[in-house]
Design a protein. Structure first.
Length: 544
């Protein structure tokens, strides 16, 4: 067979056969000899001191794992080290983990868990963004009610506003959103010969490596993480799996037996990260001709009880909230507030959807108030080559928004639909157009100086080529896409490319499987490695 010449040619996915046949083994399917189960005791209060936790007498073969079993640091390594793996003297949201019960019978564990008594000393919780915004220093994040604050500006908003004919002001709210992946959080840990191995459902194997090393106080060489077939993620398996992975690992080290920790659906929804709720206020000043002179935006995000990834989500939210529009005078502020609710975290779009909903609806409202067509208003303010973005970046390449908008209007029959009746057959009908951008990878120097992703491409003795990257296959097809990149670069058939689920024992750290970076960023790294390997393909074994 010839080599992969057309990378756009459809091929059968590498993970197709097992999943279609139902033979793919997910974490809950694995039952190694001597395996124990774990269940989690979680806080029933949003904010309280833990005065006492009383565990009933346990049968032989059952044990407790809690903060006292953490030999290293009892804190999840993310951006700010503030969230404990197990509660330490207090709880800050309903669902926060307090301890594990571990034993051979899962149903018996549930019965024992129901008999654990927790003596809470309740404290006044903060349960809404408004309460958090009005709060002083009496909260978990220190002397202010927010974890992080960012501001940026461009031009002179106040001077421009004085020359405006009108000001259009809006307030938008978005709520929680659950990722609703098919497979719940699931981990299996084994401890053998001084090494702990964790297998499970995840997006970012090396996040878990770091978490295990921190909790256990070990060198990363004693930690191995293997991704299993994963039933969806959508951001919900980015940072959160570090917690169940560490829990399972601690239990395996303590008992010397394999330990499986699989969440039930109700538990998963109760305690795992969600999309950040947001309160976004926008004011735009418009002149008599309908040109937007200035804009001011205030973004408040509900981070939940711990900082998590809120600083990074907030950054993308405040970059996105100005949309694709040229406004010379801007003032933007964003804060991620602390509340006594489940921690907000990664979710597809990473703050963008909340921001784009707000700015696009705001543009509709401006058009309505000044009596102009909303598409025409958007076109008049589209960013173009040579303009600067909201944060001052110069657009050096052509911006194709006009052509894209033309294509969407034509393909959708927008004008005909918009001119049609609003009330038809007793149903209200409408049509709208929104225009927005999507960023790939990490902003600033993130990819170059912080992530520094690495990959390997290795030719085996049998003539096949093995791809070694830690990008996780979570249903998006990354294994197949990467294999196609390597096959085309080397000019070999897809059948000669081997790609397994990531195993940190052999795969380098390619960076997290987030931010739509796997094909663009990691795929580029694989292409570079394959190009270097290409000149050595006549060697029996070689690697780049």
């Amino acid at each position: 067979m010839g080599g992969m010449k057309d990378i756009s040619r459809p091929v059968k996915r590498l993970d197709f056969d097992d999943k279609i046949a139902g033979t793919a083994l997910y974490c809950a399917d694995l039952k190694p000899e001597g395996m124990l189960y774990a269940v989690t005791l979680r806080s029933a209060k949003p904010r309280a001191y833990l005065r006492a936790v009383r565990v009933p007498p346990l049968p032989e073969g059952y044990t407790v794992v809690d903060r006292r079993d953490v030999p290293g640091r009892n804190v999840v390594p993310i951006v700010q080290d503030d969230q404990p793996f197990f509660a330490e003297g207090e709880v800050n949201y309903v669902g926060e983990p307090i301890l594990l019960l571990v034993g051979p019978d899962r149903e018996r564990l549930k019965e024992l868990l129901a008999r654990v008594e927790v003596d809470y000393e309740e404290r006044p919780p903060v349960l809404t963004l408004e309460d958090a915004m009005a709060r002083g220093s009496d909260f978990i994040c220190g002397d202010k009610p927010w974890f992080v604050e960012y501001e940026y500006a461009k031009g002179d908003v106040d001077a421009a506003a004085r020359g405006a004919a009108r000001c259009v002001e809006d307030e938008f709210r978005t709520g929680y959103q659950e990722q609703a992946y098919l497979e719940p959080q699931a981990m299996l840990a084994e401890y053998r010969d001084g090494v702990v191995t964790v297998q499970g459902s995840m997006q970012c194997p090396y996040y878990i490596v770091e978490a295990l090393a921190q909790a256990l106080g070990w060198d990363e060489g004693r930690v191995r993480v293997v991704q299993l077939p994963t039933g969806g993620g959508f951001g919900g398996k980015e940072e959160y799996p570090s917690i169940p992975a560490v829990h399972a690992a601690l239990a395996a080290v303590k008992t010397g037996r394999p330990v499986q920790l699989v969440f039930e659906r109700r538990e998963d929804i109760l305690c795992t990260t969600k999309r950040h709720p947001a309160l976004i206020r926008i004011r735009s000043w418009v002149d008599a001709r309908g040109a937007i002179l200035a804009r001011e935006v205030d973004v408040a995000a509900d981070a939940g009880a711990y900082a998590g990834l809120s600083s990074v989500v907030l950054q993308r939210m405040i970059y996105s909230v100005c949309g694709v529009y040229r406004v010379e005078n801007l003032r933007v502020r964003g804060r991620a507030y602390a509340t006594n609710k489940v921690v907000s975290g990664a979710f597809r779009g990473f703050g963008g959807p909340q921001a784009f909903f707000a700015i696009e609806t705001h543009m509709e409202h401006i058009a309505k108030q000044i009596g102009t067509d909303p598409v025409a208003l958007r076109r008049a303010h589209f960013l173009r080559r040579g303009d600067t973005t909201s944060t001052g970046g110069l657009l050096r390449s052509p911006v194709l928004l006009d052509g894209l908008t033309d294509a969407v209007l034509e393909l959708s029959g927008y004008e005909k639909k918009r001119a049609g009746p609003r009330n038809q057959d007793g149903k209200l009908r409408g049509v709208g157009l929104s225009v927005f951008f999507h960023g790939c990878g990490f902003t600033g120097a993130g990819e170059r100086d912080i992530i520094r992703g690495r990959v390997r491409v290795r030719k085996e003795r049998d003539g096949t080529v093995r791809v070694l990257a830690s990008s996780a296959e979570i249903g998006q097809g990354v294994m197949t896409a990467h294999a196609k990149v390597v096959a085309q670069t080397l000019g070999i058939p897809m059948e000669r490319v081997k790609y397994d689920y990531p195993d940190t024992g052999v795969c380098p750290d390619s960076g997290p499987t987030v931010a739509s970076r796997s094909v663009m960023v990691v795929g580029s790294l694989l292409r570079e490695a394959a190009l270097r390997l290409k000149g050595r393909m006549d060697e029996p074994e070689c690697e780049e």
